[in-house]
Write a protein that binds this ligand. Sequence first.
Ligand code: COA
Length: 485
Amino acid sequence: MEKERFFKGLRAVFNPSSVAVVGASEKPAKLGFHVMKSLTRGGYEGAIIPINPSSTEVMGIKAYPSLTEYPGTPDMAIIVVPAAHVASVLAECGKKSVKGVVLITAGFKEIDDPSGALLQKEVALLADSLSIPVIGPNTFGIVNLHARLNASFTPEFSLVRAGGVTLVSQSGGISHLLGFLAMKQGIGMAKIIGLGNRLNVDFADLLPFLAEDEETGAIALYIEGLDNPRPLLEEAKKLLGRKPVIAYKSGAGTRGDAASRSHTGSLAGRGEIYDGALHQACIVTVKSPQALLDAARVLASCPGLKMNTVAILTGQAGPGMAASDVCETEGMKIAVFSTQTQEKINALLPPLAMRTNPVDMGPAWYDARAIEGIVRAALDDEAVGGALILMMFASANRDVLPRIKDFFLEWKQKKPVITCFSAPEGIWDEDIRILEEAGAIVNFPTPERAASAMSVLGRYKTLTLMPFWGTTKDENHSHPSQPLG
Ligand code: COA
């Protein structure tokens, strides 16, 4: 399919001026009902056109018996009718010049019966001949949080905060898991995309599109199996220095491999081979769905590290040790402070404290002025790439975070600032929210997740310096300077 037409189709899928729902229904037992609910309740402001052969109205919106009987041209169509009707509906999309399609229907390549794969092939040929990009089949849909477009059968996706993480997933279940985790953890997402069986839109096709998408700060891929990994690897390489790509690949075990074949019709393949190939394509790999979200979040929200060195500044010794262990295991170096920095820190802490990095700010744990001074000194040090700041609440340090907030707001991550400010619900939540929304910190609930996130920045930095991509110049490889939260 011609690239410009394909991109135009994808733009229509993610930012449509109007959406037809073929198979829209008033009955809660039908997925077409839930798709209509997602669109109408999610705040989408374009025209919604329900298509149903036996209803004149769905959810108070005028319905049409078929696409051809609708007098206008819908920008995109969501298809949620049984598999046997999909080809004829797609042909109607062609007649109506619909630019892009989300095909929710299952019953294609993923089923045991070979007729499913045959049907998928037939529908793919048709879609290609009509130059219509089709997301799916066998997908929950797509969500564009910035456009308030929820083109899925899960209305609750609209509750995710708009932000910089775009998830491209081969699994509806993982997309739901990560969408809900993002919701609970206040992580901002740009797009949630269920690839399903990848009729004619695959990972590789979406990467160049997302590279140009201003709302996407980092691209998280959930991969089960790929029929042909090469295009993805080549497209990912092209994104190096433009937009970070992170992948979690499941199915490393033999059971997972078999499950992948029946889930999406693709073989999972050997985990270690994938790992190596993804690494060479400059994709940061992680080992769990939560780690995928954490990594994408931090890469979308922090500036790039100039060097892989970290200052660990901790209000209590234990969390600092936990963070330090993770940093060292995951390849971050603990920064060695300059003499000047060390002197400034020494002046703020009594000699009994651990004053070299990691700095145990314990003896000053309820002295906001001292803590601000230590944090400032460490961040100003040229030997420090980024800072991990860990502070557990206790009644006596309640005021510390509110009092050092202005410093973080003013400093605004000239270098990455990843924190674990932990308190019972309702105590520091508002301060953390303000700081995160201003792009001043990225906060994690545990020191090890904060440390792991810092290490992801380090691993991305290392990828950008891999000699075989022909350059080692830092300035060519800083990821987005405008964090997207
Ligand atoms: N044009 C417009 N509407 C049509 C139509 C057509 N050609 N053919 C059927 N419809 C309407 C039906 O009238 C019905 O609405 P109504 O009951 O209000 O009248 C609605 O579309 C659905 O058709 P129906 O035959 O009842 O199918 P269904 O709802 O039982 O199943 C799917 C349709 C798509 C949901 C089902 O085939 C399917 O694929 N389910 C699995 C989806 C899935 O799991 N995806 C992956 C998730 S990760």
